[in-house]
Structure formats: structure tokens, C-alpha cells
Design a protein around this ligand. Structure first.
Ligand code: AMP
Length: 116
């Protein structure tokens, strides 16, 4: 059984977060340390530590992450100019929180994606 992170407490509203969306599968909230004018984390309510732990049964949830991203990008007014969706996996990516999350970042020109 994977160990819970602070994100499970955010999902259950046991600690404060700026939640912008929640349904039966997904919670989305503003990153506490935004790296762009819009920086939202979209996470499954189910604890999945890394992308490596995604199961076939999670496919609907993974799809929902993208439809929520699309909806929030529109609400943030960044859909037309564009935005970036990022998921880090394990140490080499710099993953800090072991509960998978999609970063939705946008609101200004992001430049080329830097790898490393
Ligand atoms: P990653 O490096 O991909 O694991 O990203 C983790 C992200 O979670 C970072 O961008 C942090 O700023 C963000 N973060 C950590 N704790 C919180 C929190 N309590 N509320 C919102 N965002 C958080």
C-alpha cells in the first residue's frame, strides 16, 4: 500500500488549498509555488504514486485528467494562446510529491521545453 502524501489531505479538505475543480475522480488546485501566471495541479483522487503505477483500470481517470485540463485552460483564459501539461516521474524528473499530478502551466510565453 503506497504511503499517502499531502495531496490526499488536500483531496479530503483536511488542509487548505485553492481547489478550482473536484469530482468523483479528480481534484485540481493552484500550485502553492506557481511558476507561471496560471499553474494548476490536476490529480486523481486515487493515490497513484508515479506514472509507472498507472493500471489499465485507471484509463478513465487518466482521460478525465485531460478533459479537466482542457476545461480549466479555457476558464483560465489560456486555451487560445497555449499552455503546457507536465507530469514528472521519479527522481530524474525531479518528482517531489509521490501522488501523480499533471501541471497545467500557462499565461505567458513559456519558451522551448528545457530537458535537463
Ligand atoms: P513535482 O515536482 O512534479 O512533484 O511537483 C510538485 C508540486 O507540488 C510543486 O510544484 C509544488 O509547488 C507543489 N506543492 C507542494 N505542496 C503543495 C501544496 N500544499 N499545495 C499546492 N501545491 C503544492
Amino acid at each position: 500500500m503506497a504511503e499517502e502524501t499531502i495531496f490526499s489531505k488536500i483531496i479530503r479538505k483536511e488542509i487548505p488549498a485553492d481547489i478550482v475543480y473536484q469530482d468523483d475522480l479528480i481534484t485540481a488546485f493552484r500550485d502553492i509555488n506557481p511558476r507561471a501566471p496560471s499553474h494548476i495541479l490536476i490529480i486523481p483522487n486515487k493515490l497513484i504514486p508515479t506514472v509507472n503505477d498507472i493500471e489499465t483500470e485507471d484509463e478513465v481517470t487518466m482521460g478525465r485528467m485531460f478533459t479537466v485540463a482542457r476545461k480549466l485552460a479555457k476558464e483560465e483564459g489560456i486555451d487560445k494562446d497555449g499552455y503546457r501539461l507536465i507530469m514528472n516521474c521519479n527522481v530524474h524528473s525531479g518528482q517531489e510529491i509521490y501522488h501523480i499530478h499533471m501541471h497545467l502551466v500557462g499565461g505567458h510565453f513559456l519558451g522551448p521545453m528545457l530537458i535537463g
